[in-house]
Design a binder for this molecule. Structure first.
Ligand SMILES: O=C(O)CCC(=O)C(=O)O
Length: 242
């Protein structure tokens, strides 16, 4: 195992600096300003929160997806497919994220059957956070903790069990989070089993990051997740979150 793999194995996360050319980053930021790219979601105060369904919506975004897929193969020795994609916008004053895992929740499908969150689609997920802007303490960069490398059922016990992957207060209180500051072009790879959170953006500029999730499985899981999300019986924001 090389040093990077070893680091990831111990903690479940790995920061790599200067992975994406700044020219590509700037072109992607311009693409994301175009109205026809992806679906925009707002928070409950009406502020823009995230844009979903973007990874193949421009030449530059396609290039980025190819670069990331190759990086994953090189570093993690795994062939993964894209499962979810979003750009977290975090405008000035934009809210943070409460401590959570990703994908650890139950949802109701169209027949009212309970389904095991992301684990309906795969058993292995890798998040890839690409900084498009400088991510600092002030603008609410991500804070992360060592992974709980356990199975869905055990991790579920640590959550609020409310249809979201948020950690319950007792568990969250015991966790020591590490703030990860990033420059544009840096990447944070992390397991969905790493508890993570972030604070509000207290600066006066937006903080854009791409937050993609790759998984083991067939290409069709990307589309299947979107369809299931649309058809889910829980229509509130807690259904198939993020
Ligand atoms: O962008 C952030 O501040 C954290 C994002 C996050 O935790 C999420 O999207 O699940």
């Amino acid at each position: 195992m090389n040093k990077k793999q070893n680091n990831f194995q111990k903690r479940g996360f790995l920061k790599l600096e200067k992975q994406i050319d700044l020219h590509v980053i700037n072109l992607i930021k311009l693409d994301l300003k175009k109205k026809n790219i992806g679906t925009l979601y707002k928070d409950n105060k009406g502020k823009p929160r995230r844009i979903e369904n973007i990874y193949n919506k421009s030449v530059n975004l396609n290039t980025l997806n190819r670069i990331i897929t190759k990086l994953i193969e090189k570093i993690f020795k795994k062939k993964l497919v894209i499962f979810k994609d979003k750009c977290n916008l975090k405008p000035p004053g934009g809210g943070g994220f409460a401590p959570h895992y990703d994908g650890i929740f139950y949802f109701k499908d169209k027949k009212n059957n309970f389904k095991k969150g992301w684990y309906e689609y795969s058993d292995y997920f890798l998040n890839v956070l690409v900084a498009l802007d400088k991510c600092t303490k002030k603008n609410g960069s991500i804070e992360i903790s060592k992974w709980n490398d356990q199975k869905f059922e055990n991790l579920y016990e640590n959550t609020k069990k409310n249809g979201s992957p948020e950690l319950n207060k007792k568990v969250a209180k015991k966790i020591k989070f590490k703030l990860i500051e990033l420059n544009p072009g840096d990447i944070l790879f992390f397991s969905n089993k790493c508890p993570h959170k972030s604070k509000k953006n207290l600066s006066n500029t937006s903080r854009l990051t791409l937050y993609y999730t790759y998984a083991e499985g067939k290409k069709e899981i990307y589309k299947r997740y979107f369809i299931d999300k649309k058809n889910s019986q829980n229509k509130n924001s807690k259904s198939l979150p993020g």
